[in-house]
Design a protein around this ligand. Structure first.
Ligand SMILES: *Cc1c(COP(=O)(O)O)cnc(C)c1O
Ligand SMILES: [Zn+2]
Length: 410
């Protein structure tokens, strides 16, 4: 039995197919390529019970992943992140079935590890020596780490304003790191020029087909962890949109496999008001988004003014009767603080944005009290120490400590 039931690559726009044994980037028509599997065969060879007996990493879904040989699997133990019930917070806001999937526990502290684990493994399998990518920080850190693990060279280009820790992560793992005084779109232009001249493998978001396969395992895990069922609403902080496209792809594959029923979760794309191209396109019922001018948000991972896969994100929202919501940075930071105080979670601002959006959607009754609601926390707050002021009085060495406390707990 093969390890992977991958059959071919397919363009979701014009349906052209490609050989996954060759290095492929975009379709001739310019759209990203998706990996397709022989799901009929997979269904006969593997069951949810088989999966349940395997180690708790994303590789437990190996038949539905593109890596073909065990020796190419590059792993740092990624996957099976916890789903935490938020009972206190949910009760306070009239959402008794509120949950958070905490991707902050993955290697490099964000869900970018999923895309990098599968993407780097596949790059290794295809004989790549040097890969290159533009990033808002977290993807660079993850791809640098997995490249080091695989023995590949990584060239990373990120905005100067990207979280400083991600620079250090790229440095300690030995990548070639460059900064630009601009946005991720500027970094992408420079990478695009360089890969045209050097023999580098371009792993920009959606420009190779395998990163999304890693990210789709979030969807597989969500279904498995809820007993092979999806919750009613999933809120996802959307930058390039790969995570959301991946969750939708997982849903489609799992339904074809017959591992989940036909009921679909409503997918919600959450963006910051300072950079909300998907929200604007969704409000105008567009099929694609227009580039956002002067993009800025504290939630740096979703500061993406124009995404290559925007049409796939919008399709996923329309097909699941989902929606798109923008929240201001002030509400993102307030949501981050509330999650910390009420549940002991230090989430990244991108993850906090999903809670801010859920509050709004509950107030407008788009989310109902009977809905099972899942927030995706895409990364650890530990990677964003600058989002918390943490002022505290210094007390004299001989005390006393104020016994009434400072009134900050909840
Ligand atoms: C990259 C990133 C996102 C956005 O993910 P996409 O799949 O590109 O939409 C969200 N949160 C964090 C922490 C990120 O690093
Ligand atoms: Zn095409």
């Amino acid at each position: 039995m093969p390890r992977s039931f991958m059959t071919h690559l397919e363009c979701p726009k014009c349906s052209e197919t490609y050989d996954p044994g060759q290095i492929q980037h975009l379709c001739r028509c310019g759209a990203p390529l998706l990996v397709r599997y022989d799901l009929e065969r997979a269904r006969r060879h593997v069951t949810p019970d088989d999966v349940a007996r395997r180690a708790p990493t994303l590789w437990r879904y190996r038949e539905l992943l593109p890596v073909q040989h065990d020796e190419n699997e590059v792993s740092l133990g990624e996957g099976m992140t916890p789903i935490v019930p938020l009972s206190r917070l949910g009760a306070r806001h009239g959402l008794p079935q509120l949950y958070l999937k905490d991707e902050g526990l993955l290697p490099t502290g964000t869900f970018k590890a999923r895309g990098a684990a599968v993407g780097v493994s596949r790059a290794k399998e295809l004989g790549i020596e040097t890969l290159a990518l533009p990033t808002n920080g977290n993807a660079g850190a993850a791809w640098a780490a997995y490249s080091a693990r695989a023995g590949l060279r990584a060239v990373v280009v990120m905005p100067q304003l990207a979280p400083e820790i991600t620079r250090k992560e790229c440095d300690i793992t030995g990548s070639d790191l460059y900064l630009v005084d601009g946005l991720i779109t500027d970094a992408a232009r420079l990478v695009g020029q360089a890969v045209g001249q050097a023999d580098w493998y371009d792993v920009s978001t959606l420009k190779e087909p395998y990163r999304i396969e890693g990210k789709k395992t979030m969807g597989y895990e969500i279904a498995e962890q809820f007993g092979w069922e999806f919750p009613d609403v999933i809120l996802y902080p959307t930058g390039g949109g790969v995570g959301l496209i991946g969750i939708k792809k997982a849903l489609d594959e799992l339904q074809q496999l017959g591992w989940v029923g036909q009921r679909r979760p409503r997918l919600v794309s959450v963006q910051a008001e300072g950079c909300a191209p998907i929200v604007r396109a969704w409000q105008d019922r567009q099929r694609v988004s227009d580039p956002w001018d002067a993009a800025y948000t504290v939630a740096f991972g979703i500061n993406v003014p124009k995404a290559l896969g925007d049409f796939l994100v919008l399709d996923a929202l329309y097909q699941t009767e989902g929606c798109a919501v923008a929240v201001p940075d002030s509400e993102i930071l307030a949501a981050q603080a509330e999650l910390g105080r009420s549940e002991g979670l230090f989430v990244c601002p991108e993850g906090a944005a999903t809670w801010a959006a859920a509050i709004r959607l509950a107030q407008s009754h788009w989310i109902r009290p009977t809905d099972k609601v899942l927030l995706l926390n895409t990364g650890a707050g530990l990677k964003y120490p600058e989002t918390v002021a943490a002022s505290a009085p210094t007390v004299p060495l001989d005390g006393p400590l104020p016994l009434a406390g400072r009134g900050t707990h909840h």
